[in-house]
Structure formats: structure tokens, C-alpha cells
Design a protein around this ligand. Structure first.
Ligand code: TYD
Ligand code: MG
Length: 446
């Protein structure tokens, strides 16, 4: 930032970016001592938007819609999560815990992204030769990739201006700093300042920006959160206990946020799993154990068959607990409460454990019916019948409510060896259940 003589002086906290007119020993916002430094406020209110006088409103119908040219990342799973490829002039933030595969995904994308232009891969974490060895291990084409192993924003910006790349990858944003944004590297104000410069650069050209950011499991690093409103797309990278990785959009200005991208991490990097519909069910010979029920759930445009597992144990403490990571605990408690009230089955004196095979997180309400079946089966030790799947939402009054796109769910379940479906609607192949008593009769009468 250039210091102009006519600008008014303000004091900005180098740690959190809090600005105020007087110098203070301690920042009232983040509590940091001696972090205020003198800077010059930018007279933003007087800056015309277009450089040709003050900004004026125009009729919306006279505005040309933005052309959303897309670049395929070369991986259909990643393209789907982005809403059909990476949109030009946009910024994508990829967050995930260290070691999950952000650098691997981005290097693979650098090689595969369908463009005739250059791709600049900026790494503040690894040296150029480390990246070259990784690229060789991944067996990717090196043709269009330029590597910049640097952390200073000014070096990155001058490389951008020299190369004019179509795709810019910054791995990770937490390693980039600028002396213009305070004395302490890694602060929120550094993150914001550097991201803003990079985002402005791609927006003014026809380029795509991918930024990676480390997030710890407990959200210990707050930084990436501060960037979510600045970028167009926020993607999180998650894993289950195996080598399976999930990509999910949390925010997307250019597509839906329900799509799930599934990859496995192998010897040669990330491999997309294109037909994952059956990967979350366990193949068994013989009868099902008690506490298991299967549900066809939608993740974006695809149906997955998912196995819900429940276990109920008499509580040792006076307070009972719900252990459920992949399905919201509040949903588990709510279904347990409805079962207790409507069917008289005691669950409130039990600790409830719920898991989803394959480790996929489920937030769709269609899971309610299978969750109820799994909890009831676990508590009574009666196994659900084989070859049966359930789809339905349960209200607090104990009614079973319809779910969207039942036909597609039935078709997937039948294709994968589940010919019988319980759901609250008429549909070919479906046994209709509209209340919990009928559900239990259908499940366990025999
Ligand atoms: P990495 O992409 O560096 O993760 P991040 O950038 O999110 O910190 O590496 C992810 C992990 O994957 C690392 O532990 C090594 C492993 N890995 C493989 O198993 N196969 C491979 O081909 C590569 C490149 C990495
Ligand atoms: Mg990395």
C-alpha cells in the first residue's frame, strides 16, 4: 500500500486487522499486545467504481449476464463438485486437514485442466524439486506447469504478471505473506490481504484461482473461515478411516452445494471413484446382525446405498449419551424419542451409538426410517430382513413422510440387490408404511 500524504492516519492491528483512530497498547478485538501499527486509511467512499465518476444504478434488464466459461479439471468427480468444471474469473478455496491430499489433488489438476494456456503452481511449503519428484511419482504430464516456490506475495504477483497463467494454484494460502499486511506472518489480516490481491488478479483476467488452506479437525486454525466470503467456491476435503476421500462444496456461486466427489488415495495419487453407489454397504452371506438397516440417500444428483449401524447399551451414568459422528446427534435423539413415545420401547436409559458404514456423512432426512429401524433392531436384538431398504422422514408426531425422487432410490436399491423397499408412498416395488406400528410389523412380524 502506498502511503499518500493526504490520507488520514489510522492504527491497524497486525494480528487481526482491527483498525481504529488511536494507537493502543492492546488490541480490544484479539487481545494481542503491541500489535498496532500506523497506516493510512484509503478514502474508499470517494473512489469511483469504474474510474469514470460515481457509480450509478442501472436497470437490471439492461445488464448482460456474466458468461460462465468453464474449464474441465480433467476429473469428472472434481468437475461435478465445482458445478460442471472450474469457472473462469473465479476463486476456489480448498480446505482440509494436513495430509488429506490437497497438494496431490491440485498438482493433478494442474496437469489435467483442459486449457491451452499455462498453469502456475505456487508452493510456499515445498521446494520445486520436491514438487517435481511428486509429479514424477504421480506420473503426470509436466508440459504446461510452471512452478514457483515462494512465499512473498510480491514475488507471486510479479510471476503472475510475467506468465499470465490461465490457472493459478496457491498451496497453501497460509504460507503467503506480504510486508504490506503487517509484521506477523500467518495472521488473519495477512490471509485476507494476500487472498484479496490474488482474487483481484484472476477476476481481472480470464483465469481460475485455486487456493488450498489447512484446517485442523477441531477448527483450531481459524484463518480459512475468514476467506470464505471472499472466494466464489469453498470446497472441503474429508476422509473416512480408509483411503477414501470426499470432496464437498460448502459454498458455490456457480453450482449446487450437494454434490459429493469421491476419490481413493493410492500409490499414484488420487483416483476418482465414478460408481460409488454400492461402496457404503457391507456384503454379507447369511442373516444380518441386529442393529443394521439400509437406506438409499441422495448426494447431489446421485443415489448411494448406505448402511446405518446402531448399538444400544444401558447407560452407566445418570445422563445418557449419543455417539454419532456421521449423522447429526440431534437427529438420532429425536428419532429415539419418537420411538419411545409412539412404540413404548425404552431408549432413554440407554447410550446410543450410531455409525454409517464407509464413513460418509449423511444429512438427508430420508435416513430417518432406516435410523429408526436400526435403533429398534439394536434395542430388541431382532435383525431386519435381508434385501430390504427403507426411505422416509419421520415427524415428531410419529408419521412417516414422503421423500423426494423415490423412483430413482428404488431403482438403485433394486439394482444393488435390495428388491424390497419400505417407504410412505405408492411406487412400484415399494411396500407402503405410513406409521411406526406398521413399520415394525413389516420389519419384524415374521
Ligand atoms: P498431500 O497431498 O501432501 O496432503 P496435503 O497437501 O493436504 O497436506 O498428501 C496426502 C497424503 O497422501 C500424504 O500422506 C502422502 C499420501 N500420498 C499417497 O498415498 N499417494 C500419492 O501418490 C501421493 C502423492 C501422496
Ligand atoms: Mg500440501
Amino acid at each position: 500500500m502506498s502511503k499518500k500524504k493526504d490520507s488520514s492516519v489510522v492504527y491497524r492491528c497486525a494480528s487481526c486487522g482491527y483498525t481504529q483512530p488511536r494507537w493502543l497498547g492492546r488490541c480490544p478485538e484479539c487481545g494481542e499486545w503491541n500489535s498496532f501499527e500506523e497506516c493510512f486509511s484509503q478514502p474508499q467512499a470517494n473512489v469511483p467504481f469504474s474510474g469514470q465518476g460515481p457509480a450509478k444504478p442501472v436497470p437490471l434488464k439492461s445488464v448482460n449476464p456474466m458468461e460462465c466459461a468453464r474449464l474441465s479439471t480433467g476429473t469428472s468427480e472434481f468437475d461435478r463438485v465445482l458445478g460442471g468444471g472450474a469457472t473462469r474469473c473465479s476463486a476456489v478455496l480448498i480446505g482440509g486437514e494436513p495430509g488429506i491430499g490437497k497438494s496431490t489433488l491440485l498438482l493433478q489438476t494442474a496437469a489435467l485442466i483442459e486449457t491451452n494456456g499455462r498453469v502456475l503452481y505456487v508452493s510456499g511449503e515445498e521446494s520445486a524439486s520436491q514438487i517435481r519428484s511428486r509429479a514424477d511419482r504421480l506420473g503426470i504430464s509436466l508440459e504446461k506447469i510452471d512452478i514457483l516456490s515462494a512465499s512473498r506475495l510480491e514475488d507471486v504477483m510479479s510471476a503472475l504478471n510475467d506468465l499470465n497463467p490461465v490457472c493459478v494454484i496457491v498451496d497453501s494460502i497460509q504460507t503467503v505473506y506480504s510486508p504490506e499486511a503487517g509484521l506477523i506472518p500467518g495472521t488473519v489480516s495477512q490471509l485476507k490481504y494476500c487472498s484479496n490481491e490474488l482474487i483481484s488478479w484472476v477476476k481481472e483476467r480470464d483465469s481460475v484461482l485455486f487456493i488450498s488452506a489447512h484446517v485442523t479437525k477441531d477448527g483450531g486454525i481459524a484463518g480459512p473461515k475468514a476467506l470464505e466470503h471472499m472466494v466464489d467456491t469453498v470446497i472441503t476435503f474429508e476422509r473416512n478411516s480408509d483411503d477414501v476421500r470426499f470432496l464437498r462444496a460448502q459454498k458455490n456461486r456457480f453450482g449446487s452445494v450437494d454434490e459429493l466427489g469421491i476419490f481413493s488415495m493410492g500409490e499414484h495419487g488420487l483416483v476418482q471413484i465414478e460408481d460409488p453407489s454400492s461402496m457404503f454397504i457391507t456384503r454379507r452371506t447369511g442373516a444380518l446382525p441386529a442393529g443394521i438397516a439400509v437406506v438409499p440417500v441422495f448426494e447431489g444428483s446421485r443415489v448411494f446405498l448406505v448402511e446405518i449401524q446402531a448399538l444400544t447399551i444401558p447407560a452407566k451414568a445418570s445422563i445418557t449419551r449419543v455417539f454419532s459422528e456421521k449423522i447429526e446427534s440431534a437427529r438420532v435423539s429425536r428419532i429415539a424419542a419418537v420411538l419411545e413415545k409412539k412404540l413404548g420401547i425404552k431408549l432413554s436409559e440407554y447410550d446410543l451409538y450410531v455409525n454409517v458404514a464407509g464413513g460418509v456423512r449423511i444429512s438427508e432426512s430420508a435416513v430417518d426410517l432406516a435410523l429408526a429401524a436400526a435403533l429398534y433392531s439394536a434395542r430388541t436384538d431382532l435383525p431386519c430382513p435381508q434385501g430390504l431398504a427403507l426411505a422416509g422422514e419421520i415427524s415428531l408426531a410419529g408419521e412417516i413422510r414422503p421423500v423426494a425422487r423415490l423412483k430413482q432410490r428404488v431403482k438403485t436399491a433394486q439394482t444393488l440387490g435390495f428388491p424390497r423397499i419400505l417407504a410412505p408412498e405408492e411406487c412400484e416395488g415399494v411396500t407402503k408404511v405410513q406409521d411406526l406400528k406398521t413399520l415394525i410389523k413389516e420389519l419384524f412380524a415374521k
